[in-house]
Write a protein that binds this ligand. Sequence first.
Ligand code: TXA
Ligand code: MG
Length: 321
Amino acid sequence: MILSTSVQLAKTYLEKGGVIGLPTETVYGLAGNIWDQEAINKIFAIKERPKNHPLIAHVAHWNQVESIASDIPAMAQQLAERFWPGPLTMILTAKPDVPSAATAGLGTIAVRMPEHPLALKLLSALPFPLVAPSANPFGKISPTSAMHVFSYFKGKIPLTLDGGNCKIGLESTIIGFKDNAVVIYRQGVISKDDILEVLPNTAVYYDIDSQNNYPGSHRSHYAPKTPLIITESLEETLEKYTDQKIGLLSLGTKGENFSTIAEIRYLSKTNDLKEAASNLYAHLHELDSLNLDVIVAELFPTSDLGMVLNDKLIRASSQFV
Ligand code: TXA
Ligand code: MG
């Protein structure tokens, strides 16, 4: 695999039906031409993703949304005006000619406009939108750097466009529209309150559990190989595992006081949850590569973003699918 910052090179591979690693502000994607059935098949094969899991389409212009979706609610346009480019994915009615491999036959297509400058430059240069799931093997930790993609897929894709570390580091918020209401299916940095600011008179509710049954979302997700223990009390947990090689994901500097910890990674020394979000997957990747016995993480405070981070931790620690 080539790591490159050349949009021209990426374009060449995509036009030939290839699949490439795509940087976005959330996580890296595994991208291909939405109209190319073969490219989509490759994405599923490389990722070892079950076929009934739909993909997110990435666009650079509103007219590309209109090329793949119909009956677009006015609310969707208002939200796009406020949050695009950015980490908001909207589920819309798919045009009938959108390959069912991309929609998993659901009749809907998820769409977003990513904020990363290289992704936008590439998408603007292409005559087609790109479908891209996160660039991790099914069920593994999402990638937030080109090196993560490299270590997962080095013999399997020709190129990853290297856009550095992902600024946000958590997957996009996913919403849909139902009977004039907005439904949040996956939480991300764009919160319910952010949506209500744009649509103050609209009902906005969560339907996370139905998303768990949705093709594409499982309780266990983003999982490291090393068992991840989530705790409310660092002291108690560390006492339990004194004979183990422990890696700690630390918010703040608390971990410095414990001598039994083999490795510490600081999510944010100043307790900044945005900074913690941008580091979460990268630090999990790193701790997971160190042959530790367990990784320990404390629950985050229960603010909006704290709850999103807790959801990611819980999924990463789940040992069942
Ligand atoms: O931040 C992101 O969204 C990243 C970057 C690469 O854009 N992409 C990403 O894709 O997280 P992926 O494939 O890992 O997650 C897509 C999620 C799945 O949970 C899937 O169920 C949901 O989007 N999804 C996609 N299309 C859908 C549809 N038509 N209806 C319901 N859910 C859909
Ligand atoms: Mg994913």
